[in-house]
Design a protein around this ligand. Structure first.
Ligand code: DAH
Length: 339
């Protein structure tokens, strides 16, 4: 009789599930009773060999058995799940795991500091294209036609010889003067490109921040004041930072200068960090050449001012004591995690 059979199975099942206290055992029971080739399935199959009458009652019994087993398994599953409640494996008193995400990239951090320092001094921010025209990169900045910087060896030209990857951020001076009337007071941060082979102090891609301040009455003393203040702030920590200005030459400034800071390691005496000079160059600067104003139709008799340009990699290397520029671009986490 199928009813007796069902009863026997039910009793066995109840015994087994009572003694079951872990997930593996429950899953075995589930497969054995409810699986495709399990006990319940094979009983259902055997129904076909019964008489019509037996089939009716047997079918009902079997369905009840199946429902009972399914329901009990479900209850047992949820009971076992609760047993492995978070409290049994999660200890809220343990300290958290430190995430391994490095902070700001050192170049980004220095770039942000430079921008912060100048905007705090009232400078705005201007941007220009990295794919630049020869005119803006060289001609309007008063580079003579045969200037070596225009050479194929130094500049990455694009297909048409009139376009190139900008070699410095100075063209933003020209673009801004073309678009706006004076006075001007802005910095222009961005990427620059040169045909350099990568080594400890060169990279074909690097970052610069240009500065430009033009008004009715701007003198070299203003330039010194602004850049001294910048040096003090960017190298904060070395309170007694000393600067000096050396005469230099750039086609777009007259007079031109380079600014050095005193080497913090030897304090001006000369050591291996500063190649024995005692001073480290940090930027180029000068009074805007009247020729540049003329290219932009700004009257040099009415307006004067200064410009400066600095390499962000160089400042970051000095600030953090990094001796190899390649470290900035290798994305080695052991390096980046230090910032
Ligand atoms: N553009 C120069 C360079 O890349 C840097 C520079 C020097 C910018 C003097 C200036 C400046 O604005 O006055 O080497």
């Amino acid at each position: 009789m199928i009813a007796d059979e069902c009863k026997k199975i039910k009793n066995n099942f109840i015994d087994e599930i009572k003694n079951c206290s872990e997930a593996k055992c429950l899953s075995d029971i589930k497969i054995r009773y409810l699986g495709r080739k399990g006990i319940v399935s094979s009983l259902f199959k055997s129904i076909s060999s019964l008489t019509q009458e037996e089939r009716k009652t047997g079918g009902r019994e079997l369905n009840l058995l199946k429902e009972h087993i399914e329901k009990t398994v479900r209850e047992k599953e949820s009971e076992l799940r609760q047993k492995v409640s978070p409290a049994s494996f999660f200890d809220p008193t343990l300290t958290g795991e430190k995430t391994d995400i490095p902070g700001n990239h050192p170049l980004k951090a220095v770039m942000n500091s430079i921008i912060y320092i100048f905007t705090a001094m009232g400078f705005g921010i201007a941007y220009g294209p990295e794919i630049e025209e020869n005119y803006y990169n060289f001609t309007a900045l008063n580079f003579p036609e045969n200037h070596p910087a225009r050479d194929m060896h130094d500049t990455l030209y694009l297909k048409e010889k009139d376009t190139l990857l900008r070699t410095h951020t100075s063209p933003v001076q020209i673009r801004t003067m073309e678009k706006h009337a004076p006075p001007y007071k802005f910095i222009a941060p961005g990427k620059c490109y040169r045909r350099d082979t990568i080594d400890a102090s060169h990279s074909p891609v690097f970052h610069q921040v240009e500065g430009f301040m033009v008004d009715r009455d701007i003198s070299f003393a203003d330039l010194k004041g602004v850049l001294d203040e910048f040096a003090r702030r960017i190298f904060e920590g070395s309170q007694d930072i000393k600067t000096r200005f050396r005469p230099s030459f750039f086609p777009f400034t007259e007079p031109s200068a380079e600014m050095d800071i005193m080497c913090s390691i030897c304090r001006g005496k000369g050591c291996s960090s500063c190649s024995g000079k005692g001073w480290l160059e940090i930027l180029g600067a000068g009074m805007v050449d009247p020729e540049v104003f003329r290219y932009c139709k700004v009257d040099p008799d009415k307006w004067q001012g200064f410009a400066f340009g600095m390499g962000v990699e160089r400042i970051a290397m000095l600030k953090y004591g990094i001796s190899d520029m390649r470290l900035f671009f290798q994305n080695d986490l052991r390096f980046l995690r230090q910032f």
